[in-house]
Design a protein around this ligand. Structure first.
Ligand code: IPM
Ligand code: MN
Length: 387
């Protein structure tokens, strides 16, 4: 008997996932962080109830909330919990309340320390326009429709972790930040990008500023050398200024983009513009320790606590966790299809509403996704689950 989707029944649940218990550390953080992570956790719990495998959620203080609670953005207990996790789900950090603190004590420094402590050197940010949201893209539909790219951002080195210094008397200060990359740091991220490209579109665009920066000259020469080991993957090298332009005028040319920490930070917000809202984009940070999943948006203090934030970035981060850390592809697909069907029915959060659709609160939007998921699971039950 075939299931509704046409998939064989035994693919409707990932067998590896059955009976496994996964420990997920939740770092809700600041601003809209708690609202959007709680949405993602709710859907993960629903998945767990329906399909019988277990998730254990461990909430730990992080970011500005942790500063208020215990004086630091990344307490030692939070680090130990993260090290012992199977995966980490993060909301967002930062806010005006902590903006006057010195750089090294701000909520953002906790995030940088988390990335570094866990050896998370690769950050993946997928950009793909959901069919129901074609009209909120600022690009014409025929351009937006075929966009399916991944930004692979180096996350543990570069200018973020170079020297940050200022000196001099008031009125004559000088400040600097150092961008530096070793061959090892470049090679591991470039290889990671080629491996991902080999599993999807077989095309890597390496982005640098090799016409000006020494670190980029090294980056490009390593990227060229490594590309020779992947003859089936097409390789392009592009200057970052041109890449910013290309992402707007012809984003469908990209498959996997690999770039440095700061260029990746800037280009990924730009690429999110192609989808029409920063609130839609998930991410995975991958490396030596357990992977970290978080929406790429910030803490959005101006809308925090109003129950109007878009939870799609956080929920899609949870589905990325199911796929990438737990190999639970069928479950991830169940959540993703539920999001699509709610969007197709014209239900939106305010940031992605358009004429002819209905804007609802964050919690109402989540209820609708849960309903669509229940419908999906009841189909599965009717036809058999995990045969
Ligand atoms: C991101 C954010 C962070 C970064 C901030 C909050 C430190 O903008 O994840 O893109 O710059 O990496
Ligand atoms: Mn950013």
């Amino acid at each position: 008997m075939a299931a509704k989707s046409g998939e064989p029944l035994n693919q409707l649940i990932s067998t590896a996932a059955q009976n496994a218990s996964k420990r997920i550390v939740v770092l809700s953080g600041d601003g809209i962080g708690p609202e959007v992570t709680s949405a993602a956790v709710t859907l993960l719990r629903d998945c767990s109830t329906e399909s019988g495998y277990k998730f254990e959620f461990i909430e730990m203080p992080f970011g500005g909330t942790a500063i208020d609670l215990c004086g630091k953005p990344f307490p030692a207990e939070t680090l130990s919990a993260c090290r012992a996790a199977d995966a980490i789900l993060l909301g967002a950090v930062g806010g005006p309340k902590w903006d006057s603190l010195p750089l090294g004590n701000r909520p953002e420094s906790g995030l940088l320390a988390l990335r570094q402590e866990l050896g998370l050197f690769a950050n993946v940010r997928p950009i793909k326009v959901r069919p129901a949201l074609l009209n909120i893209s600022p690009l014409r539909a025929e351009r937006a429709r075929n966009v399916d790219l991944e930004i692979v951002r180096e996350l543990a080195g570069g200018i973020y972790f170079g020297e940050h210094k200022s000196e001099g008397a008031t009125g004559s200060e000088r400040a600097w930040d150092v961008e530096s990359y070793t061959i090892q740091e470049i090679d591991r991220i470039v290889r990671f990008a080629f491996e991902r490209a080999a599993r999807r579109g077989n095309h890597v665009t390496s982005i640098d500023k090799a016409n000006v920066l020494a670190s980029s000259v090294l980056w490009r020469s390593r990227a060229k050398e490594i590309s020779a080991n992947y003859p089936r993957v097409k390789t392009d090298h592009m200057y970052v200024d041109n890449a910013a332009l290309q992402l707007v005028i012809a984003p469908q040319q990209f498959d996997v983009i690999v770039t440095s920490n700061m260029f990746g930070d800037i280009l990924s917000d730009g690429a999110a513009g192609v989808e029409g809202s920063l609130g839609l984009i998930p991410s995975m940070s991958w490396g030596l320790g357990p992977s970290l999943y978080e929406p790429i948006h910030g803490s959005a203090p101006s809308i925090a606590g109003k129950n109007i934030a878009c939870p799609i970035g956080a929920i899609a981060s949870a589905t990325m966790m199911l796929r990438e850390s737990f190999d639970m592809r069928a479950e991830a697909q169940a959540i993703d299809s539920a999001i699509d069907s709610v969007l197709e029915s014209g239900i939106r959060t305010a940031d992605i509403a358009e004429r002819g659709t209905t804007a609802v609160s964050c919690s109402e939007f989540v209820s609708r996704i849960r309903e669509a998921m229940r419908e999906h699971f009841s189909q599965v039950e009717r036809y058999g689950w995990a045969v």
